[in-house]
Design a binder for this molecule. Sequence first.
Ligand code: NAD
Ligand code: ZN
Length: 376
Amino acid sequence: MKALVYNGARDVAVTDVTDARIERPTDVLVKITTTNICGSDLHMYEGRTDLEGGKVLGHENLGDVIEVGGVDRVKVGDKVCLPFNIGCGFCANCERGRTGFCLTVNPGVAGGAYGFAGMGPYNGGQAELLRVPYGDFNALVLPEDAAEKENDYVMLSDIFPTGYHATEMADVQPGESVVVYGGGPVGLMAAYSAMLRGASQVFLVDRHADRLALGEKIGATPIDDSAADPVEQVLELTGGAGADKGCEAVGYQAHDAQGNEQPALTMNNLVSSVKATGIIGVVGVFLPQDAGAPDELTQQGKLAFDFGEFWFKGQQIGTGQANVKAYNRRLAALIEQRRTTASFLVSRELPLAEAPDAYRNFDDRVDGWTKVLLKP
Ligand code: NAD
Ligand code: ZN
């Protein structure tokens, strides 16, 4: 089968690899019809992780079931969306709905995923075929309108539940104001989710005009941090108090508007632009080690975090991978009932063969390359 393979830093290629196949009775095999490129893929693409060469990338997957092992629920012909996390369904964390931290699929680490550094041996779905472990547990079988709304439903694999997870951790309530750092697909989905939950004001911080414009289109107030200090802008727009809640959707490669990496920048800006007793949901990825970090502290996965200000303001933080299964069924119902169109941020639909070019453009944050969908 054809697949997008990681060869090394900024070197990916579409090549022939061994077909994905059923390996265990609990597996299902999916013919991929849509698979997205994610900001998380870029951490690997840029060589900022220890991803092994030869790995097939892609964790935002949707397709048709073409073969099943011995599963009970999922049938050949079902159109399914796969959470990027792989869960077993029976460990202590999966039982509590924390499927992003499954204790069995990636022994020694809490959490497994497709095509991901450090998340187990699973190949990704930027390919013609994908093996889905524990198919009955992991596959979300989509309703009748799945083919027609494929570009909406595919967002349930990751970024829609992930954006929602940020607002859930921040406990966003109707009428509250929310500041979101990062106007990429995840930040846009966090802003969108905050509005779904009834936020009265949503501020979206970034410096890319096209991303800020998308945010404005869905009702957020754009905050351009290349024009002025984002903290001061948010304080000014909230009568000096700060936003009720905050979301981090950038992660450890946060940089200033001039491009200098400052891994603690968004976290400290959040502490300063969220009000006292506010809650901050952090879905941007931070790593325990980062050999490519700009200084020794952050190479060890440590942040120069304004803990004093954070403590003094009595704030709280929630962190980590999104437990996609905790939300995807209900968010699917919003799509089915036409309460939401999660595809508003799709900018390109391309064949798999064009994936290497798409990676380059998305990595360079070229204007208009917000979210790329590959159609193998
Ligand atoms: P992206 O790289 O497209 O977007 C990041 C955005 O942040 C860019 O638009 C960039 O301009 C902006 N940015 C950089 N520094 C900033 C700063 N100091 N202030 C404000 N904005 C700044 O990526 P994405 O796809 O939107 O993903 C965002 C993050 O979420 C990544 O770290 C990704 O790995 C992570 N992620 C986490 C989960 C999860 O389950 N927790 C799931 C998916 C993605
Ligand atoms: Zn993703």
